[in-house]
Design a protein around this ligand. Structure first.
Ligand code: UD1
Ligand code: CA
Length: 477
């Protein structure tokens, strides 16, 4: 961390996110800023970072695919409640300066405006806070970085130490093109000054565009100090223009998450083979094998072990549970009836499938090729092989045999199956819901059960065995 600056900004933070550009190189119908990184739209990352800055308002400048972009954010933004989220359209797109001009009516004079890009997802809030502090609410602060190959970027032109201008690649002299310090596209600028400078922009340059970067020379002319906050980490200013760059940033993001997890003590078999597309919270002594994908909100209790090749979404897994290889857990929205719970000490998989609304108590065993949907299994219940439990309530210590299923759907309605405590369901049974199997009862293998059974009863519902002695099979001769 940098040393504490002398002056802190007290100006309210108003974030401006430029997202009107086309993104031609993505070669996609989806607007560029809606492409996903770590399970969230690029633009959502930027908005979520703005939330960490305690922004007063966040304004997104849209153009290409505006309706789609606005709709995606409006429904998706969990954090948006904390600030005022609004949209401004830029039509047509005449450059970054023109983009910011469109937002002038919504910018309040007392704010410090932080300009971000919707396609630069991995800037850290701490870095932006340093930029804000560098501006102290009254100076123009530019986020800059040195690039060995600065081609294409705006160059930071200095006289001595002082920043004098940003010159775009296409307007730069051969000498200026040698400059390796470039403008990241991110700045913090007092709103009142910004508005004055925006009014002075013109498009007399090599690209015929209104350059936001021209405000630097106006600041210099007006005697407003321009400060450059230079960082070292290129990932934080990297934009997404192509599928290749998107994939590179995805890896960078995953690496960042893997490092955070390992710093908390999580053992990752290989940090390069982990994908978190949501939030993953881990207690102590969690270990995760290779090629696991975590989506939505996942929490892993103390000592949980996740085997290789698991897909795990929206679930809370309690202490000591083991998820064996190739298990697929797909919970619905966290906190809803579709979320999934796995109890302490449970053993799941290999090749198990937990669907929305699976609620497993402690020490439940779900084995290979077992599917569980919208069902509650109490402590110690077991379904170890080739089975289906849908819309079922299963009591403690129930043993549910191989190949058994609940027939929960009559073609129009779903019905519940209740299997009380200590029941033993044999192999290859069909329990036709609605039906209740009384506590301590037994269902003989191969039974099709259509009627409730009393506690402690053996129910057998299949053709009786017929044995014919010395049976001669048909033969051709
Ligand atoms: C801009 C900077 C350049 C900097 C570079 C960093 C200007 C003039 N130049 O370059 O100094 O090094 O970013 O990546 O600002 N956008 C709009 N409307 C427009 C044009 C762009 O919303 O009319 C958006 C884009 O969608 C994108 C962002 O602004 O999110 C930056 O645009 P881009 O074309 O990538 O920036 P450059 O002009 O290349
Ligand atoms: Ca660009």
């Amino acid at each position: 961390m940098n040393a504490t600056p002398d002056i802190f900004s007290t100006a309210p933070i108003d974030v401006l996110i430029m997202a009107a550009g086309k993104g031609t190189r993505m070669k996609s119908k989806l607007p560029k800023v809606l492409h996903q990184l770590g399970g969230r739209a690029l633009l959502q990352h930027v908005v979520d970072t703005a939330a960490l800055l305690n922004a007063r308002q966040v304004t997104v400048i849209t153009g290409h695919g505006a309706t789609e972009v606005e709709a995606a954010l409006a429904v998706n933004t969990g954090a948006a409640g904390q600030f005022d989220l609004n949209f401004v359209r830029q039509e047509p797109q005449l450059g970054t300066g023109h983009a910011v001009q469109q937002a002038v009516p919504v910018l309040r004079d007392d704010g410090l405006v932080v300009v971000l890009s919707g396609d630069v997802p991995l800037t850290q809030a701490a870095t932006l806070q340093q930029l804000i502090d560098a501006s102290a609410g009254k100076q123009l602060a530019l986020l800059t970085i040195d690039f060995a190959d600065p081609t294409g970027y705006g160059r930071i032109v200095r006289e001595g130490a002082a920043v004098k201008a940003i010159v775009e690649q296409k307007d730069a002299s051969p000498a200026q093109r040698q400059i390796t310090e470039v403008y990241s596209g991110i700045m913090a600028v007092p709103a009142l000054q910004l508005k004055k400078w925006l009014a002075r922009l013109d498009n007399q340059n090599a690209q015929g565009e209104y350059y936001l970067t021209d405000i630097v020379k106006f600041a210099v002319a007006d005697g407003v100090p321009v400060v450059a906050h230079k960082i070292l980490d290129p990932v934080q200013v990297a934009g997404v223009n192509s599928p290749v760059q998107l994939a590179e940033l995805e890896r960078a993001y995953q690496k960042r998450i893997a490092l955070q997890l390992m710093e908390q003590g999580v053992r990752l078999a290989d940090p390069a083979r982990l994908d978190v597309r949501g939030s993953l919270s881990c207690a102590t002594d969690v270990s995760i094998d290779v090629n696991c994908v975590f989506e939505g909100q996942v929490s892993l209790g103390e000592g949980v072990k996740i085997g290789p090749n698991c897909c795990i979404k929206n679930v809370s897994i309690a202490a000591g549970a083991v998820i064996h290889p190739f298990t697929h857990i797909e919970g619905g929205a966290p906190g809803s009836k579709d979320a999934i719970e796995v109890g302490a000490g449970s053993l799941i998989g290999p090749f198990a499938r937990l669907r929305p609304g699976a609620r497993l108590g402690a020490e439940v065993h779900i084995g290979n090729f077992v599917e569980v949907k919208n069902s509650t299994l109490a402590k110690g219940a077991k379904a170890n092989h080739l089975a289906y439990l849908g819309d079922a309530t299963v009591g403690e210590r129930v043993n549910y045999g191989a190949g058994s299923i609940t027939a929960n759907y009559d073609g129009a309605f779903k019905h519940r199956t209740v299997i009380e405590a200590d029941v033993h369901i044999g192999s290859n049974c069909v329990l036709i819901a609605p039906v209740t199997i009384g506590a301590g009862g037994t269902v003989g293998g191969g039974s099709t059960i259509t009627k409730d059974t009393a506690p402690l009863t053996l129910a057998v519902a299949r053709g009786r065995q017929v044995s014919i002695a010395n049976w001669k099979r048909p033969s051709k001769k």
